[in-house]
Ligand binder design. Structure first.
Ligand code: GBH
Length: 462
Protein backbone atom coordinates (compact mmCIF):
# COMPACT_ATOMS: atom_id res chain seq x y z
CA UNK A 1 0.00 0.00 0.00
CA UNK A 2 1.03 3.60 -0.47
CA UNK A 3 -0.28 6.79 1.00
CA UNK A 4 -1.16 10.08 -0.53
CA UNK A 5 1.84 12.21 0.25
CA UNK A 6 0.83 14.82 2.75
CA UNK A 7 3.32 17.66 2.82
CA UNK A 8 5.01 18.11 6.17
CA UNK A 9 4.66 21.50 7.75
CA UNK A 10 6.19 24.18 5.60
CA UNK A 11 9.22 26.11 6.72
CA UNK A 12 11.55 23.23 7.56
CA UNK A 13 14.94 23.84 5.93
CA UNK A 14 16.67 21.55 3.44
CA UNK A 15 19.26 20.71 6.10
CA UNK A 16 16.58 19.48 8.53
CA UNK A 17 17.56 15.99 9.64
CA UNK A 18 14.96 13.21 9.47
CA UNK A 19 15.46 9.97 11.35
CA UNK A 20 14.14 6.97 13.20
CA UNK A 21 15.26 5.75 16.62
CA UNK A 22 15.64 2.53 18.63
CA UNK A 23 17.65 1.30 21.62
CA UNK A 24 19.77 -1.79 22.16
CA UNK A 25 17.87 -3.76 24.80
CA UNK A 26 14.53 -2.99 23.16
CA UNK A 27 15.42 -4.57 19.79
CA UNK A 28 18.62 -6.63 19.79
CA UNK A 29 17.87 -9.91 21.56
CA UNK A 30 20.91 -12.26 21.51
CA UNK A 31 21.17 -11.59 25.23
CA UNK A 32 23.89 -14.16 25.92
CA UNK A 33 25.79 -14.11 22.64
CA UNK A 34 29.36 -13.12 21.86
CA UNK A 35 30.28 -12.49 25.48
CA UNK A 36 27.41 -10.17 26.51
CA UNK A 37 26.81 -10.22 30.27
CA UNK A 38 23.49 -9.40 31.99
CA UNK A 39 22.40 -5.81 32.42
CA UNK A 40 20.05 -4.52 35.11
CA UNK A 41 17.18 -5.03 32.66
CA UNK A 42 17.94 -8.75 32.21
CA UNK A 43 17.75 -9.05 35.99
CA UNK A 44 14.70 -6.83 36.44
CA UNK A 45 12.71 -8.77 33.82
CA UNK A 46 13.09 -11.89 35.96
CA UNK A 47 11.65 -10.21 39.04
CA UNK A 48 8.06 -11.47 39.46
CA UNK A 49 5.52 -8.80 38.57
CA UNK A 50 8.09 -6.27 37.34
CA UNK A 51 7.33 -6.49 33.62
CA UNK A 52 3.98 -7.04 31.88
CA UNK A 53 3.45 -10.74 31.09
CA UNK A 54 6.97 -11.45 32.44
CA UNK A 55 8.34 -10.40 29.03
CA UNK A 56 12.07 -9.85 28.54
CA UNK A 57 14.59 -8.81 25.89
CA UNK A 58 16.18 -12.22 25.31
CA UNK A 59 14.96 -12.25 21.70
CA UNK A 60 13.13 -8.92 21.26
CA UNK A 61 13.18 -8.06 17.52
CA UNK A 62 16.18 -10.34 16.96
CA UNK A 63 17.89 -7.31 15.44
CA UNK A 64 21.31 -8.70 16.37
CA UNK A 65 20.80 -11.40 13.73
CA UNK A 66 18.75 -9.33 11.29
CA UNK A 67 20.76 -6.13 11.24
CA UNK A 68 21.46 -5.91 7.47
CA UNK A 69 17.76 -6.38 6.63
CA UNK A 70 16.83 -3.79 9.26
CA UNK A 71 19.26 -1.30 7.76
CA UNK A 72 17.64 -1.95 4.36
CA UNK A 73 14.29 -1.23 6.01
CA UNK A 74 15.60 2.08 7.38
CA UNK A 75 16.92 2.97 3.94
CA UNK A 76 13.53 2.22 2.39
CA UNK A 77 12.04 4.97 4.57
CA UNK A 78 14.33 7.57 3.02
CA UNK A 79 15.50 9.01 6.34
CA UNK A 80 18.85 10.75 6.78
CA UNK A 81 19.81 9.28 10.15
CA UNK A 82 19.38 6.33 12.48
CA UNK A 83 19.63 6.77 16.25
CA UNK A 84 20.57 3.56 18.07
CA UNK A 85 22.20 2.74 21.38
CA UNK A 86 25.19 0.61 22.24
CA UNK A 87 24.87 -2.14 24.84
CA UNK A 88 27.51 -1.55 27.50
CA UNK A 89 27.41 -5.24 28.63
CA UNK A 90 28.27 -6.30 25.07
CA UNK A 91 31.30 -4.13 24.54
CA UNK A 92 32.67 -4.18 28.11
CA UNK A 93 31.22 -7.21 29.92
CA UNK A 94 30.78 -6.59 33.59
CA UNK A 95 31.29 -2.86 33.07
CA UNK A 96 35.05 -2.85 33.71
CA UNK A 97 38.27 -3.77 32.04
CA UNK A 98 39.14 -4.39 28.41
CA UNK A 99 36.82 -4.24 25.42
CA UNK A 100 35.10 -7.38 24.21
CA UNK A 101 36.06 -7.50 20.51
CA UNK A 102 33.12 -9.71 19.51
CA UNK A 103 30.58 -7.33 21.08
CA UNK A 104 32.21 -4.26 19.63
CA UNK A 105 32.32 -5.91 16.19
CA UNK A 106 28.51 -5.86 15.99
CA UNK A 107 28.44 -2.05 16.17
CA UNK A 108 31.37 -1.85 13.78
CA UNK A 109 29.34 -3.82 11.23
CA UNK A 110 26.19 -1.79 11.94
CA UNK A 111 28.01 1.50 11.35
CA UNK A 112 29.56 0.20 8.12
CA UNK A 113 26.18 -1.05 6.92
CA UNK A 114 24.54 2.31 7.67
CA UNK A 115 27.27 4.27 5.90
CA UNK A 116 27.16 1.94 2.89
CA UNK A 117 23.46 2.80 2.65
CA UNK A 118 23.96 6.53 3.04
CA UNK A 119 22.47 6.69 6.55
CA UNK A 120 24.10 8.85 9.22
CA UNK A 121 24.68 6.90 12.47
CA UNK A 122 23.66 8.75 15.66
CA UNK A 123 25.10 6.89 18.66
CA UNK A 124 23.62 6.83 22.16
CA UNK A 125 26.12 5.39 24.63
CA UNK A 126 23.68 4.56 27.43
CA UNK A 127 20.02 3.69 27.03
CA UNK A 128 19.43 2.12 30.46
CA UNK A 129 21.31 -1.20 30.21
CA UNK A 130 23.81 -0.86 33.08
CA UNK A 131 25.98 -3.98 33.48
CA UNK A 132 24.56 -5.91 36.44
CA UNK A 133 28.00 -6.19 38.02
CA UNK A 134 28.14 -2.40 38.32
CA UNK A 135 24.70 -2.36 39.92
CA UNK A 136 25.93 -4.98 42.39
CA UNK A 137 28.77 -2.58 43.20
CA UNK A 138 26.27 0.21 43.97
CA UNK A 139 24.87 1.23 40.58
CA UNK A 140 24.34 4.88 39.64
CA UNK A 141 23.99 6.00 43.30
CA UNK A 142 27.69 5.07 43.61
CA UNK A 143 30.17 7.69 42.40
CA UNK A 144 32.48 5.10 40.86
CA UNK A 145 29.87 4.26 38.19
CA UNK A 146 30.44 7.71 36.59
CA UNK A 147 34.14 6.89 36.10
CA UNK A 148 33.30 3.42 34.76
CA UNK A 149 30.96 5.08 32.23
CA UNK A 150 33.73 7.38 31.00
CA UNK A 151 36.04 4.37 30.48
CA UNK A 152 33.32 2.59 28.51
CA UNK A 153 32.68 5.72 26.42
CA UNK A 154 36.39 5.85 25.55
CA UNK A 155 36.29 2.23 24.30
CA UNK A 156 33.33 2.90 22.01
CA UNK A 157 34.68 6.24 20.81
CA UNK A 158 38.08 4.79 20.01
CA UNK A 159 36.48 2.14 17.80
CA UNK A 160 33.86 4.25 16.01
CA UNK A 161 35.04 7.85 15.97
CA UNK A 162 36.54 7.52 12.49
CA UNK A 163 33.04 6.87 11.02
CA UNK A 164 30.51 8.21 13.53
CA UNK A 165 30.02 11.98 13.76
CA UNK A 166 27.51 12.22 16.62
CA UNK A 167 27.93 10.76 20.09
CA UNK A 168 25.34 11.33 22.78
CA UNK A 169 26.01 10.11 26.28
CA UNK A 170 22.81 9.33 28.18
CA UNK A 171 19.21 8.73 27.21
CA UNK A 172 16.82 10.25 29.74
CA UNK A 173 18.74 10.27 33.03
CA UNK A 174 15.44 11.22 34.73
CA UNK A 175 14.14 7.74 33.93
CA UNK A 176 17.34 6.00 35.06
CA UNK A 177 17.42 7.90 38.35
CA UNK A 178 13.78 8.47 39.24
CA UNK A 179 12.01 5.43 37.77
CA UNK A 180 14.95 3.10 38.50
CA UNK A 181 15.97 4.15 42.01
CA UNK A 182 12.97 6.00 43.52
CA UNK A 183 9.71 4.81 41.94
CA UNK A 184 11.15 1.38 41.18
CA UNK A 185 9.10 0.67 38.03
CA UNK A 186 12.26 0.48 35.91
CA UNK A 187 15.46 -1.48 36.50
CA UNK A 188 17.01 -1.92 38.97
CA UNK A 189 13.72 -1.41 40.81
CA UNK A 190 15.06 0.24 43.93
CA UNK A 191 12.87 2.63 45.94
CA UNK A 192 14.93 5.17 47.81
CA UNK A 193 14.66 8.92 47.30
CA UNK A 194 18.23 9.75 48.28
CA UNK A 195 19.57 6.97 46.05
CA UNK A 196 17.76 8.58 43.13
CA UNK A 197 19.28 12.01 43.89
CA UNK A 198 22.73 10.45 44.05
CA UNK A 199 21.99 8.69 40.76
CA UNK A 200 21.07 12.03 39.15
CA UNK A 201 24.38 13.55 40.17
CA UNK A 202 26.48 10.57 39.10
CA UNK A 203 24.68 10.24 35.78
CA UNK A 204 25.41 13.92 35.07
CA UNK A 205 28.99 13.50 36.25
CA UNK A 206 29.37 10.45 33.99
CA UNK A 207 28.04 12.50 31.07
CA UNK A 208 30.63 15.24 31.70
CA UNK A 209 33.53 12.85 32.23
CA UNK A 210 32.63 10.85 29.11
CA UNK A 211 32.34 14.01 26.99
CA UNK A 212 35.74 15.20 28.21
CA UNK A 213 37.32 11.80 27.50
CA UNK A 214 35.92 11.66 23.98
CA UNK A 215 37.07 15.21 23.21
CA UNK A 216 40.57 14.35 24.44
CA UNK A 217 40.70 11.30 22.15
CA UNK A 218 39.28 12.83 19.01
CA UNK A 219 41.21 12.85 15.77
CA UNK A 220 38.52 14.88 13.95
CA UNK A 221 35.64 17.10 15.13
CA UNK A 222 32.50 15.43 16.46
CA UNK A 223 29.09 16.49 17.69
CA UNK A 224 28.55 15.68 21.36
CA UNK A 225 25.26 15.70 23.19
CA UNK A 226 22.87 14.29 25.76
CA UNK A 227 19.19 13.39 25.49
CA UNK A 228 16.66 14.36 28.15
CA UNK A 229 12.98 13.48 28.43
CA UNK A 230 11.05 16.65 28.87
CA UNK A 231 7.46 17.76 29.10
CA UNK A 232 5.80 20.94 30.19
CA UNK A 233 4.60 21.67 33.72
CA UNK A 234 1.91 24.33 33.87
CA UNK A 235 -0.12 25.15 36.97
CA UNK A 236 -3.69 23.83 36.71
CA UNK A 237 -4.99 27.15 38.04
CA UNK A 238 -3.39 30.41 39.14
CA UNK A 239 -3.62 29.42 42.79
CA UNK A 240 -0.40 29.61 44.85
CA UNK A 241 -0.66 25.86 45.54
CA UNK A 242 -0.87 24.93 41.89
CA UNK A 243 1.94 27.29 40.93
CA UNK A 244 4.07 25.76 43.65
CA UNK A 245 3.33 22.23 42.37
CA UNK A 246 4.26 23.23 38.81
CA UNK A 247 7.52 24.79 40.04
CA UNK A 248 8.47 21.60 41.84
CA UNK A 249 7.52 19.36 38.91
CA UNK A 250 9.52 21.48 36.47
CA UNK A 251 12.44 21.55 38.92
CA UNK A 252 12.62 17.79 39.36
CA UNK A 253 11.79 16.98 35.74
CA UNK A 254 13.85 19.49 33.80
CA UNK A 255 15.82 22.14 35.71
CA UNK A 256 17.88 19.81 37.96
CA UNK A 257 19.33 18.42 34.72
CA UNK A 258 19.62 21.43 32.43
CA UNK A 259 20.78 23.98 35.01
CA UNK A 260 23.93 22.03 36.00
CA UNK A 261 24.54 20.99 32.37
CA UNK A 262 24.24 24.50 30.96
CA UNK A 263 24.78 26.85 33.90
CA UNK A 264 27.08 24.79 36.12
CA UNK A 265 24.80 24.87 39.19
CA UNK A 266 21.80 23.08 40.62
CA UNK A 267 18.74 25.36 40.85
CA UNK A 268 18.70 27.15 44.22
CA UNK A 269 14.98 26.57 44.83
CA UNK A 270 15.38 22.81 44.36
CA UNK A 271 18.47 22.67 46.55
CA UNK A 272 16.46 24.44 49.25
CA UNK A 273 13.48 22.07 48.85
CA UNK A 274 15.80 19.09 49.17
CA UNK A 275 17.59 20.54 52.19
CA UNK A 276 14.22 21.03 53.88
CA UNK A 277 13.70 17.29 53.72
CA UNK A 278 17.27 16.50 54.74
CA UNK A 279 18.55 15.59 51.26
CA UNK A 280 21.24 16.93 48.95
CA UNK A 281 23.07 16.19 45.74
CA UNK A 282 26.46 14.60 46.60
CA UNK A 283 28.51 17.37 44.94
CA UNK A 284 32.29 17.43 45.33
CA UNK A 285 34.61 20.28 44.39
CA UNK A 286 35.05 20.46 40.63
CA UNK A 287 32.04 18.30 39.76
CA UNK A 288 29.94 21.12 38.35
CA UNK A 289 32.75 22.24 36.06
CA UNK A 290 32.86 18.69 34.67
CA UNK A 291 29.08 18.44 34.36
CA UNK A 292 28.90 21.77 32.50
CA UNK A 293 31.50 20.69 29.92
CA UNK A 294 30.13 22.26 26.74
CA UNK A 295 28.17 20.06 24.38
CA UNK A 296 26.88 20.67 20.88
CA UNK A 297 23.33 19.40 20.74
CA UNK A 298 20.52 18.73 23.21
CA UNK A 299 18.41 15.71 22.34
CA UNK A 300 14.76 16.30 23.24
CA UNK A 301 12.47 13.33 23.86
CA UNK A 302 8.89 14.59 24.01
CA UNK A 303 5.73 12.57 24.53
CA UNK A 304 3.31 14.96 26.33
CA UNK A 305 2.94 17.94 28.62
CA UNK A 306 0.87 18.21 31.77
CA UNK A 307 -0.78 20.57 34.23
CA UNK A 308 -0.04 20.27 37.93
CA UNK A 309 -2.15 20.78 41.03
CA UNK A 310 -0.83 21.42 44.52
CA UNK A 311 -3.80 19.82 46.24
CA UNK A 312 -5.12 16.28 46.26
CA UNK A 313 -8.75 15.41 45.41
CA UNK A 314 -9.79 16.39 48.96
CA UNK A 315 -8.04 19.74 48.80
CA UNK A 316 -5.09 18.83 51.03
CA UNK A 317 -1.80 20.57 50.22
CA UNK A 318 0.34 17.95 51.99
CA UNK A 319 0.23 14.16 51.89
CA UNK A 320 0.29 11.74 54.81
CA UNK A 321 4.07 11.95 55.13
CA UNK A 322 3.98 15.76 55.23
CA UNK A 323 5.33 16.19 51.70
CA UNK A 324 3.77 18.86 49.48
CA UNK A 325 1.31 17.52 46.91
CA UNK A 326 2.46 17.59 43.29
CA UNK A 327 -0.37 16.03 41.30
CA UNK A 328 -0.25 15.65 37.56
CA UNK A 329 -3.61 16.56 36.12
CA UNK A 330 -3.73 15.33 32.59
CA UNK A 331 -5.71 17.66 30.41
CA UNK A 332 -9.01 16.48 29.01
CA UNK A 333 -7.69 15.39 25.61
CA UNK A 334 -7.51 12.22 23.50
CA UNK A 335 -5.10 9.59 24.82
CA UNK A 336 -2.69 7.06 23.38
CA UNK A 337 -2.65 3.37 24.37
CA UNK A 338 -0.22 4.34 27.17
CA UNK A 339 -3.00 6.59 28.50
CA UNK A 340 -0.77 9.56 27.67
CA UNK A 341 -2.59 12.71 26.52
CA UNK A 342 -1.91 14.05 23.04
CA UNK A 343 -0.62 17.60 23.46
CA UNK A 344 1.19 18.90 20.35
CA UNK A 345 0.83 22.58 21.28
CA UNK A 346 2.84 21.89 24.43
CA UNK A 347 5.63 20.51 22.26
CA UNK A 348 5.95 23.96 20.64
CA UNK A 349 5.77 25.51 24.11
CA UNK A 350 8.62 23.30 25.40
CA UNK A 351 10.93 23.93 22.43
CA UNK A 352 10.40 27.70 22.56
CA UNK A 353 10.97 27.69 26.33
CA UNK A 354 14.26 25.74 25.93
CA UNK A 355 15.40 28.30 23.40
CA UNK A 356 14.50 31.12 25.82
CA UNK A 357 15.84 29.68 29.10
CA UNK A 358 18.90 27.85 27.74
CA UNK A 359 19.96 29.92 24.73
CA UNK A 360 22.68 28.98 22.28
CA UNK A 361 21.90 25.26 22.44
CA UNK A 362 20.91 23.55 19.17
CA UNK A 363 18.02 21.13 19.64
CA UNK A 364 17.24 17.84 17.91
CA UNK A 365 14.10 15.86 18.69
CA UNK A 366 15.64 12.46 19.42
CA UNK A 367 12.30 10.77 20.23
CA UNK A 368 8.65 11.48 19.59
CA UNK A 369 5.90 8.99 18.87
CA UNK A 370 2.98 7.08 20.29
CA UNK A 371 1.58 3.66 21.12
CA UNK A 372 -1.85 2.77 19.81
CA UNK A 373 -3.81 -0.48 19.70
CA UNK A 374 -2.77 -1.59 16.24
CA UNK A 375 -4.94 -4.02 14.30
CA UNK A 376 -2.94 -5.71 11.54
CA UNK A 377 -4.91 -7.09 8.60
CA UNK A 378 -4.28 -10.61 7.25
CA UNK A 379 -1.15 -9.42 5.45
CA UNK A 380 0.27 -7.73 8.57
CA UNK A 381 -0.49 -4.19 7.38
CA UNK A 382 -1.61 -1.69 10.01
CA UNK A 383 -3.68 1.32 8.95
CA UNK A 384 -2.61 3.42 11.92
CA UNK A 385 -4.35 6.72 11.23
CA UNK A 386 -3.98 7.76 14.86
CA UNK A 387 -0.19 7.36 14.86
CA UNK A 388 0.05 9.15 11.52
CA UNK A 389 -1.98 12.02 12.96
CA UNK A 390 0.16 12.08 16.12
CA UNK A 391 3.40 12.30 14.12
CA UNK A 392 1.99 14.84 11.71
CA UNK A 393 0.71 17.17 14.43
CA UNK A 394 3.96 16.96 16.41
CA UNK A 395 6.12 17.65 13.36
CA UNK A 396 3.91 20.66 12.68
CA UNK A 397 4.55 21.70 16.29
CA UNK A 398 8.30 21.56 15.61
CA UNK A 399 7.88 23.77 12.54
CA UNK A 400 5.85 26.22 14.63
CA UNK A 401 8.58 26.27 17.31
CA UNK A 402 11.14 27.06 14.62
CA UNK A 403 8.91 29.85 13.34
CA UNK A 404 8.97 31.24 16.90
CA UNK A 405 12.77 31.14 16.93
CA UNK A 406 13.66 27.76 18.45
CA UNK A 407 16.80 26.24 16.87
CA UNK A 408 15.44 22.73 16.17
CA UNK A 409 17.55 20.92 13.61
CA UNK A 410 16.11 17.44 13.33
CA UNK A 411 13.42 14.95 14.25
CA UNK A 412 13.65 11.22 15.00
CA UNK A 413 10.45 9.20 15.14
CA UNK A 414 10.17 6.75 18.04
CA UNK A 415 10.33 4.06 16.98
CA UNK A 416 11.59 2.41 13.82
CA UNK A 417 9.69 -0.74 14.78
CA UNK A 418 7.60 -2.26 17.55
CA UNK A 419 9.89 -3.41 20.36
CA UNK A 420 10.31 -4.25 24.05
CA UNK A 421 8.52 -1.36 25.76
CA UNK A 422 10.25 -1.74 29.16
CA UNK A 423 7.76 -2.40 32.00
CA UNK A 424 4.99 -2.73 29.38
CA UNK A 425 6.80 -5.60 27.65
CA UNK A 426 5.63 -6.26 24.10
CA UNK A 427 2.05 -5.19 24.83
CA UNK A 428 2.59 -1.59 23.76
CA UNK A 429 3.62 -0.87 20.18
CA UNK A 430 5.42 2.38 19.30
CA UNK A 431 6.76 1.27 15.90
CA UNK A 432 6.05 2.87 12.56
CA UNK A 433 6.90 -0.64 11.33
CA UNK A 434 4.87 -3.56 12.67
CA UNK A 435 6.73 -6.58 14.06
CA UNK A 436 5.12 -10.01 14.17
CA UNK A 437 7.01 -11.49 17.11
CA UNK A 438 6.19 -15.08 16.06
CA UNK A 439 7.82 -14.77 12.66
CA UNK A 440 9.92 -11.60 13.13
CA UNK A 441 8.26 -10.24 9.98
CA UNK A 442 8.54 -6.46 9.63
CA UNK A 443 5.69 -4.66 7.84
CA UNK A 444 5.71 -0.87 7.44
CA UNK A 445 2.52 0.63 8.88
CA UNK A 446 0.62 3.44 7.20
CA UNK A 447 2.54 5.87 9.44
CA UNK A 448 5.88 4.64 8.02
CA UNK A 449 4.67 5.05 4.45
CA UNK A 450 3.29 8.47 5.31
CA UNK A 451 6.61 9.45 6.94
CA UNK A 452 8.55 8.20 3.89
CA UNK A 453 6.27 9.89 1.35
CA UNK A 454 6.13 13.11 3.31
CA UNK A 455 9.89 13.39 3.67
CA UNK A 456 10.28 12.74 -0.05
CA UNK A 457 7.52 15.22 -0.91
CA UNK A 458 9.04 17.90 1.30
CA UNK A 459 12.43 17.41 -0.33
CA UNK A 460 11.03 17.57 -3.84
CA UNK A 461 9.03 20.68 -2.96
CA UNK A 462 12.07 22.65 -1.95
C1 GBH B 1 11.21 6.87 26.19
O1 GBH B 1 10.88 7.02 27.53
C2 GBH B 1 12.36 5.93 26.09
O2 GBH B 1 13.57 6.60 25.78
C3 GBH B 1 12.11 4.82 25.12
O3 GBH B 1 13.06 3.81 25.32
C4 GBH B 1 10.69 4.34 25.26
O4 GBH B 1 10.45 3.17 24.51
C5 GBH B 1 9.79 5.44 24.81
O5 GBH B 1 10.06 6.63 25.48
C6 GBH B 1 8.29 5.14 24.95
O6 GBH B 1 7.95 4.99 26.29
O7 GBH B 1 4.12 11.31 33.64
O8 GBH B 1 5.73 11.86 35.31
O9 GBH B 1 6.02 9.86 33.97
C7 GBH B 1 9.88 7.96 27.77
C8 GBH B 1 9.47 7.96 29.20
C9 GBH B 1 7.38 9.12 29.30
C10 GBH B 1 9.11 9.54 30.89
C11 GBH B 1 6.68 10.36 29.74
C12 GBH B 1 8.42 10.77 31.30
C13 GBH B 1 6.30 11.86 31.50
C14 GBH B 1 6.47 12.23 32.92
N1 GBH B 1 8.80 9.19 29.54
N2 GBH B 1 6.99 10.65 31.09
S1 GBH B 1 5.52 11.26 34.02
Amino acid sequence: PTTTAVPLAAGLPTTFQWGVATSAYQIEGAATEDGRTPSIWDTFCRKPGAVHDADNGDVACDHYHRMPQDVALIKSLGVDSYRFSIAWPRVQPGGRGPANPAGLAFYDRLVDELLANGIDPWVTLYHWDLPQELEDAGGWPARDTAYRFADYAAIVFDKLQDRVATFTTLNEPWCSAWLGYHVGVHAPGRQNFDDSLHAVHHLLLGHGLATQRMRALETRPHTYGITLNMGTADPLTDSPEDREAARRADGMGLRIYLDPLRHGRYPADMVADLAARGSAFPVRDGDLAIISEPFDVLGVNFYFGQDFAGTDESGNTHDGSGAPVVRAVLPDTPRTAMDWPITPARFTQLLVRLHRDYPGMPLVVTENGAAFDDNPDASGYVADDERTAYLSSHIAAVAEARAQGADVRGYFAWSLMDNFEWAEGYAKRFGIVHVDYRTQTRTPKQSALWYRDSIAHTRSAR
